[in-house]
Design a protein around this ligand. Structure first.
Ligand code: SF4
Ligand code: SF4
Length: 345
């Protein structure tokens, strides 16, 4: 049975986060040797304040780094944001200050190499194999395309910069894109996954939703089983999460959460969120739900648009053009990847 560690964590105070992270990592750290190199991979989708809950909270990153520091590891941290410069994004969300204070090297995922996966070659950060441990630090959020973004989806950040667009074009629907993510996740296989579920994002995630207090941190050596546990707590069925749908259909993932081996300092029933708001793309019901692998709602330019044209420059399908006041979307070209929503400030 797959072990899932769960600890209550009411807020981002150093004491609470330290306690929860130490609980979740207590067994994993036994095998980690002094002098090992560790790459932390938080979710740095875009540079936004930590209060916007788009990124992994800096105090979670700090607590994990302190655990490895105590062992005597060399710690690095990296990601490839969907838009803009990594250091600037880290500065905006508060993680750069943590890196400076805790002696963490910042690694830009700017050079790529191809790795073999079940979906064919995927181009990822060239230095991925230079570390003894890849430690995945996702944030619990909704996602317009995959339903939920947790541990497996967070690994798409290993793909360098604009190369991500290539995969959105190559795998244009929910199932094919999720299948590529699963192939990538199973090829790089993080050593450990620890998810920031203290305050998650509900509604229009992964960048335009609303903060939702969840009150816990969860971790596992298995990315898909961690996603299964957390998404179930939030009220998702496994087939509402693209990556879990693929894992179950093609890799026999056991989706019965009762079969998980929970190591918890709180009754998980108390963590359950009954009215968690899913992303708009997955409110399909009745007959439409039968088609959900293939049907997704149109992205819409919000009335709050500030006409920055980020979406025009970054749409992988070239479906957005400059308009007189706000951009215009050509729905015949649009592949419903929701990248425009992810990078919209
Ligand atoms: S990225 Fe957002 S704010 Fe900027 S032009 Fe596009 S819709 Fe408007
Ligand atoms: S308009 Fe938005 S959802 Fe459509 S292809 Fe472009 S980035 Fe993706």
């Amino acid at each position: 049975m797959q072990k899932i560690y769960v600890s209550q964590c009411n807020d981002y105070s150093v004491a609470d986060v330290d306690k929860a992270v130490n609980f979740c990592m207590k067994d994993f750290v036994f095998g980690v040797k002094k002098g090992s190199s560790v790459l932390l991979k938080p979710n740095i989708l875009i540079g936004r304040s930590s209060a916007d809950v788009v990124t992994t909270n800096p105090e979670v990153v700090r607590a994990v780094a302190k655990v490895f520091k105590e062992i005597g590891c060399r710690i690095s941290l990296g990601d490839s944001p969907a838009f803009g410069n990594l250091k600037k994004a880290l500065d905006t969300c508060g993680i750069l200050a943590v890196c400076e204070e805790e002696g963490i090297d910042v690694v830009n995922f700017d050079e790529a190499k191809e790795i073999d996966t079940l979906s064919g070659p995927i181009s990822v950060y060239k230095g991925i194999d230079d570390f003894d441990y890849l430690v995945n630090l996702p944030k619990a959020k909704t996602h317009g395309l995959t339903g939920f973004t947790g541990a497996q989806k967070n690994l798409f950040g290993l793909v360098c910069g604009m190369k991500k667009s290539k995969y959105h074009l190559k795998y244009p629907n929910r199932y094919s894109f999720s299948r590529m993510i699963v192939s990538l996740a199973n090829a790089v296989k993080p050593s450990f996954n620890l998810m920031d579920c203290v305050v998650g994002m509900e509604g229009n995630g992964p960048s335009a939703g609303s903060p939702r207090k969840l009150g816990f941190i969860a971790a596992s050596e298995s990315a898909p089983y961690l996603d299964l546990f957390v998404s179930n707590i939030l009220g998702f069925k496994h087939d509402e999460v693209g990556t879990l749908d693929v894992e179950h259909s093609e890799h026999n993932l056991d989706v019965n959460v009762n079969n998980l081996n929970l190591i918890s300092n709180i009754d998980p029933g108390k963590l359950r969120v009954k009215d968690f708001k899913k992303a708009g793309g997955f409110k399909l019901g009745g007959v439409m739900s039968l088609l959900k692998k293939y049907v997704s709602p149109r992205p819409v330019i919000s009335v709050k648009c500030i006409n920055c044209n980020r979406c025009v420059e970054n749409c992988p399908a070239d479906a957005i053009s400059k308009g007189s006041k706000i951009p215009v979307i050509d729905y015949n070209k649009c592949i419903r990847c929701y990248c425009c929503g992810e990078i919209c400030p």
